[in-house]
Design a protein around this ligand. Sequence first.
Ligand SMILES: *[C@@H]1O[C@H](CO)[C@@H](O)[C@H](O)[C@H]1NC(C)=O
Ligand SMILES: *[C@@H]1O[C@H](CO)[C@@H](O)[C@H](O)[C@H]1NC(C)=O
Ligand SMILES: *[C@@H]1O[C@H](CO)[C@@H](O)[C@H](O)[C@H]1NC(C)=O
Ligand SMILES: *[C@@H]1O[C@H](CO)[C@@H](O)[C@H](O)[C@H]1NC(C)=O
Ligand SMILES: *[C@@H]1O[C@H](CO)[C@@H](O)[C@H](O)[C@H]1NC(C)=O
Ligand SMILES: *[C@@H]1O[C@H](CO)[C@@H](O)[C@H](O)[C@H]1NC(C)=O
Ligand SMILES: *[C@@H]1O[C@H](CO)[C@@H](O)[C@H](O)[C@H]1NC(C)=O
Ligand SMILES: *[C@@H]1O[C@H](CO)[C@@H](O)[C@H](O)[C@H]1NC(C)=O
Ligand SMILES: *[C@@H]1O[C@H](CO)[C@@H](O)[C@H](O)[C@H]1NC(C)=O
Ligand SMILES: *[C@@H]1O[C@H](CO)[C@@H](O)[C@H](O)[C@H]1NC(C)=O
Length: 875
Amino acid sequence: MGNHGCMQILLGLLLCGAVWAQAPAPLASNYVPVDQIRIACGSASNVTIEDRVFAADNVANSLATGGVSGSTPQNNPGLSYPQLLTSARFFTTKSTYSFKVTPGRHWVRLYFYPFASSSFQPNNSFFGLTAGDFVLLDNFTAVAFTTKSRPDFVREYIFNFTSTNFVLTFTPQPQSYAFINAIEIVSMPSDLILDDGIFPATTNPSPLGLDHSALQTMFRLNVGGATISPLNDSSRMGRTWKPDVDYIFSAASGTTGNVLPSVINYPPTVPEYIAPPTVYSTARTMGNNDTVNTKFNLTWIFPVDTNYTYFVRLHLCEIFSNSVGDRVFNIYINNQTAWINYDILTFTQFADVPRYIDFIVSMFRGSNNMWIQIGTSAFAPNRKDAILNGLEIFKVNNTASSLAGPNPSVVPDGSSDPSSASGSSSKSNIGIIVGAAVGGVVFVLLVAGLLFFFCCRRKTKSTKPAAASMWLPLPLHGGSTDHSKVSTSSAKSGKSGAGSYVSSVPSNLGRYFTFAELQEATNNFDESLVLGVGGFGKVYKGEIDDGSKVAVKRGNPRSEQGLNEFQTEIELLSKLRHRHLVSLIGYCEEHGEMILVYDYMANGPLRGHLYGTDEAPLSWKQRLEICIGAARGLHYLHTGAAQGIIHRDVKTTNILLDENFVAKVADFGLSKIGPAMEQTHVSTAVKGSFGYLDPEYFRRQQLTEKSDVYSFGVVLMEVLCARPAINPALPREQVNMAEWAIKFQKAGMLDQIVDERLRGTISSDSLKKFGDTVEKCLEEQGIDRPAMGDVLWNLEYALQLQEAAQEGSLSSPEQGHLDTDTDNSSQMMSMPMVVPNLLDDSLTVSTERRMLEETSSEDQSASEIFSQLINPQGR
Ligand SMILES: *[C@@H]1O[C@H](CO)[C@@H](O)[C@H](O)[C@H]1NC(C)=O
Ligand SMILES: *[C@@H]1O[C@H](CO)[C@@H](O)[C@H](O)[C@H]1NC(C)=O
Ligand SMILES: *[C@@H]1O[C@H](CO)[C@@H](O)[C@H](O)[C@H]1NC(C)=O
Ligand SMILES: *[C@@H]1O[C@H](CO)[C@@H](O)[C@H](O)[C@H]1NC(C)=O
Ligand SMILES: *[C@@H]1O[C@H](CO)[C@@H](O)[C@H](O)[C@H]1NC(C)=O
Ligand SMILES: *[C@@H]1O[C@H](CO)[C@@H](O)[C@H](O)[C@H]1NC(C)=O
Ligand SMILES: *[C@@H]1O[C@H](CO)[C@@H](O)[C@H](O)[C@H]1NC(C)=O
Ligand SMILES: *[C@@H]1O[C@H](CO)[C@@H](O)[C@H](O)[C@H]1NC(C)=O
Ligand SMILES: *[C@@H]1O[C@H](CO)[C@@H](O)[C@H](O)[C@H]1NC(C)=O
Ligand SMILES: *[C@@H]1O[C@H](CO)[C@@H](O)[C@H](O)[C@H]1NC(C)=O
């Protein structure tokens, strides 16, 4: 997966160049929460905790319906806030607390200290709690979450209030009671949590619908540092950051270090309210002995509830080095590679500049321990080390709008500790894995090393950031002719043993273009040369040195989305070469530009040849050939790689035609690496184009290759009927082409909706075969749809039938009918007429091999490295 390493460099360059320079004006870091509502439940007087006043819960404010007050002496030494928590409100029937709020995102904190008062015995408290539509607690018994030393706790939630009324409803179980000690509601900045989490090993954000979801804070850690109390949180938001010592696997806990919080320099993209400086100024690293560091991972284990999705935020800030390449590391989540070759400085450019990454982690596999690990990268050019500064884990409500988890099993004395209980067994597991590889002696060395680095850094701090070409041993560019340098230097470092990285450095990242070259090629981005405009930016027609025509896609650097799609596109296209995939010639990343250069497709998008233009209509045979080409491209995407790639945006504008009308699939901006072997789908938020979207994907948000098959079915239908997938101008039942046309197919009347310019030219057998194929592609359930390879077969067959009909003195319905009875593809192989043509291409048993051979012919080892390249699990 070294390609990824390369990508990281490139992306690093891009990020520094593009986003850094062009980022929006700094967001107000002195955010002041609009709502600050604090109630000391059951208390007769106001309670002041540091700078926060919790108002008395008296009749005058009448926030609660019903319930009785109770209190207990402030004599428990373990209490966090004795004054606040020793009073409570108890409910024996369904009751509410209502608050007037400002719509928008808020923190809601619920304080619990189960104590006995009159007839209320904590071990008899079981209750449910809802907030609007969300279930927060279900048959909850607070005492099960406490220990003798930690008798109280806070539950923190995030809600996006849509009205000015916020109601908490407590529902005690029969013969039981509910209680609450304190409630705190504080506004939070709307962009503190963006819906931009990525699944491990992907680069595109996969929105979860967080704007209408509720979250629960599970863990918030100041890694390598001490507790940060609410008083010291940024913008008075009252968050508590805990040390990570309870969660780090202690036998290999690396070393901690810090710099002064005052040196932390927030970039515009990370407002200070994301996390206070103390989070970023403290960190845990692996240590100073590279040999030792390569032998273990820093591992944190978190007990979480299964069957939920989690939003995981890693806070990163390089505070000990300012040279790129000093700390290139891998991030693993649940034993899966989440990000390979992460080098903070390639993104932040300078030390002491914070950054964070949001991951989406699904815990549906039965395990209730989430593993977060960082470890050295085989590729790391200089030091072998990793760093983490902070970590937050939020639970996202499930589709039943619930956040409730089970009670931990109560230990007889009522003092189970959920974190240590579930953490301990796993910890001993790692013990076995890591073994004695890391001795205590090392620890001392590590600390010494850190100090050393700290000093070095301070000395060199004022120097300019390293020039791009010095960043890493692989000069990606240094002139447009420098391509050979890439392979030379990678080969060299190959001898030093970083096997998997080196073998997979792609020589096909393409040519590096200077910005000036591309300005010249496109007549300074002349508007008259614009071929198309997309979400990403504009595509220009250009001409490079030798007069060859290119398409130049110039990204809009301001769009973060664009950047992600740009990343995906280079990443995928640089790995894939296929006759039916549009090929990347090169790229440019100067002046904060993100520009990709492709082969020019003289005949443009397929749609332009179907309807709405003056282009001469394509014959049925041409249309079939184009569909076959596109199917072949998609089949290659799905199967040509160790882990398939799902295109996600198959439509007639993304199928381009070259001067010979050869179809090439384009626009990989939304593509996703397919599910790993053991999974059957990628869970992801719905993206794609209206009219082409797989209904199953839409409903279940689970992406499989079959989603592309569905979209391709729509393409096929569009090719046949020559009308848009969605045409709102038509009567309601005709708006959605797929729905409308499939009715004709099912009624055996497909011929009635065929493009009238084709009338009488399609052999009925070919049409029948085609119609059946489309019907299967458009099945409701992905499982009922054929694989792309089968679609390809069937289209080939439809073409053969058409050709046969044309040769055999025009369409002869009777004879054709006999042939179509052999509906089965394997029988087709025995048809002599068909075989030569099939062997001509990639449809034999060795499909995959042949596909691989289609990768760039100058790259002999392409097929060998292919599977390595594409497997994001690394090794
Ligand atoms: C309690 O706090 C509220 C608002 O925080 C304030 O209006 C009220 O005067 C305070 N009461 C006392 C007795 O201090
Ligand atoms: C609950 O706690 C009370 C007081 O500590 C004790 O008497 C009672 O036996 C407990 N009940 C159960 C079911 O554990
Ligand atoms: C509530 O949880 C307790 C133990 O945590 C269990 O014994 C009881 O059956 C549960 N009640 C319901 C209604 O689920
Ligand atoms: C909160 O919900 C409103 C209405 O659904 C939505 O417009 C807004 O974007 C949401 N805010 C956040 C921060 O998600
Ligand atoms: C927290 O704030 C207090 C008061 O401002 C200060 O004395 C203390 O040093 C701070 N603690 C940390 C860890 O920053
Ligand atoms: C690193 O640790 C290894 C194994 O513990 C030891 O042999 C080696 O001398 C150490 N290297 C340094 C530079 O301390
Ligand atoms: C999680 O969901 C699976 C499948 O729906 C179910 O079998 C399992 O019991 C659930 N686990 C928990 C802890 O609820
Ligand atoms: C990760 O791997 C370790 C060791 O094989 C195993 O004990 C642990 O359960 C795994 N964690 C997850 C979340 O799969
Ligand atoms: C680090 O963790 C990952 C994922 O669990 C694993 O594949 C890798 O082998 C570990 N590395 C070391 C040195 O233990
Ligand atoms: C959370 O609940 C809301 C409201 O019911 C729902 O719209 C949303 O899809 C849920 N979130 C997830 C991730 O399922």
